[in-house]
Design a protein around this ligand. Structure first.
Ligand SMILES: *Cc1c(COP(=O)(O)O)cnc(C)c1O
Ligand SMILES: [Zn+2]
Length: 414
């Protein structure tokens, strides 16, 4: 166990390893603080490679004590060399980190929830809860079911049916709130103050966020312990993208990188909820919250992002950028990834692909460099977004003559 405790990101005040998330001195967010010198001596490429193919193969850099008992099959998703998509976008080398097939609930959220539930267990909580835009709900419900915990899940009332049924199936206590995610989150902060529950993304947020790093650790390992020139990451609260930066820094400090990192980190949002990319594009220091998010990318619809400032700072510092896309572009992005690489991603993945295209077209991403797209969720969960947007199938009577007629028509169109 290499965790020293928690530390304020702003003033550096130190706290014990405990379910705290905000500095009582300056109100800054708390972050897990590790004994990096000790980790550096322990962690090696050979050691990592000898372990099971899941997110815990980087256990020294995750904040759990003792044996791993939660989410043991999470992570180690494919890094797909996306040559067809590369050709379509006009770039030389492109990869897709495909968390749309993460175990068990087909999104990157299984990584963060594994760490949070493991930590809830360590701290002795009896009930696990969350405020969610959809994928977190699925993941908390599933991982608490398998770990034997009672759970409460809070969502905005307008989510996709796949996200709702994909939560209820695990027999959690699901509560829909009439209001945006930001209202859900505010209510949950109040509930967390009254009930002694483990809210994975509130009082356990510093630990939860650490789970995100595993996506980047895996990507680096899958590239042969090398980092890409560019990575494009979808942003909701801005946590995942900040942990891309932290993961690269940690691997470098621990001597696990074959070359000096120079990755430019790019953030992606929907135009209908773009508080972070707007700040980057307008060169603003502060994040202006979006009051009424309106986009089909509901999983990214956080109007007041907790890590927005750190996310925009990271894009600026690494030479990256932020871009946002319309709902039409999002659907085009989903279709493009599916038709070129055979990967069906949800609306958030459509955001990532469409933003990557825009960044390449505008010259922010260099066509001769290596780029990784973080595809974070599965298309079967957001089918509504495609209703009326795809070619209608032909319906025929079961005879050969009818089929030949349809075939002729299909070939005519080509
Ligand atoms: C939650 C989520 C993200 C990123 O969320 P952050 O709050 O920025 O960490 C990205 N993609 C999908 C599909 C998500 O559900
Ligand atoms: Zn502080």
């Amino acid at each position: 166990m290499f965790v020293k405790g928690l530390k304020c990101r702003e003033c550096g005040k130190e706290y014990p390893d405990s379910p705290l998330y905000v500095c009582d001195y300056c109100f800054g967010p708390l972050e897990v603080d590790y004994d990096y010198d000790k980790i550096k001596k322990e962690i090696t490429i050979d050691k990592i490679k000898s372990r099971e193919p899941n997110m815990w193969r980087y256990q020294e850099l995750l904040p759990i004590k003792g044996e791993i008992t939660i989410g043991k099959n999470v992570g180690y998703t494919p890094l797909v060399k996306a040559d067809n998509l590369a050709k379509a976008l006009g770039v030389k080398k492109l990869y897709v980190k495909n968390d749309s097939v993460n175990f068990p609930t087909l999104s990157f959220k299984d990584r963060v929830v594994s760490v949070a539930v493991a930590k809830a267990k360590e701290f002795g909580f009896k009930i696990v809860a969350c405020a969610s835009t959809g994928n977190l709900a699925n993941s908390v419900a599933a991982l608490t079911a398998s770990a034997g915990y009672e759970s409460y899940v809070f969502i905005p009332s307008n989510l996709e049916i796949g996200k709702v049924l994909g939560t209820l199936i695990y027999d959690t206590n699901l509560i829909k709130i009439n209001g945006s995610y930001d209202r859900v989150n505010r209510l949950c902060t109040e509930i967390a103050g009254k009930h002694d529950w483990a809210f994975v993304n509130i009082n356990l947020r510093p630990y939860y966020a650490e789970g995100s790093k595993s996506l980047t650790f895996e990507m680096i390992e899958q590239l042969g312990f090398k980092v890409p020139d560019n990575i494009v990451v979808p942003m909701a609260g801005g946590s995942l993208i900040t942990k891309v930066g932290k993961a690269i820094d940690e691997f470098e400090y621990c001597g696990l990188l074959k070359e000096k990192p120079k990755t430019k980190i790019f953030g992606a949002q929907a135009k209908g909820c773009n508080p972070i990319t707007a700040a980057v594009k307008e060169k603003r220091e502060f994040i202006k919250p979006v009051r009424t998010p309106n986009t089909i990318a509901k999983s990214l619809a956080i109007g007041n992002p907790a890590d927005g400032y750190y996310a925009s700072d990271l894009m600026n510092k690494t030479g990256g950028y932020g871009e946002d896309v319309t709902d039409e572009e999002i659907v085009e992005g989903m279709k493009l990834l599916a038709s070129t690489e055979g990967i069906f991603t949800e609306t958030a993945g459509g955001v990532t692909v469409a933003v990557a295209k825009k960044l390449i077209d505008k010259g922010y991403i260099n066509k001769s460099e290596t780029t990784v797209l973080a595809i974070t969720g599965n298309g079967l969960k957001t089918l509504e977004a495609l209703t009326g947007k795809l070619k209608e199938p032909a319906t025929i009577e079961p005879n050969l003559e009818e089929f030949e007629k349809v075939l002729a028509k299909i070939r005519e169109k080509k």
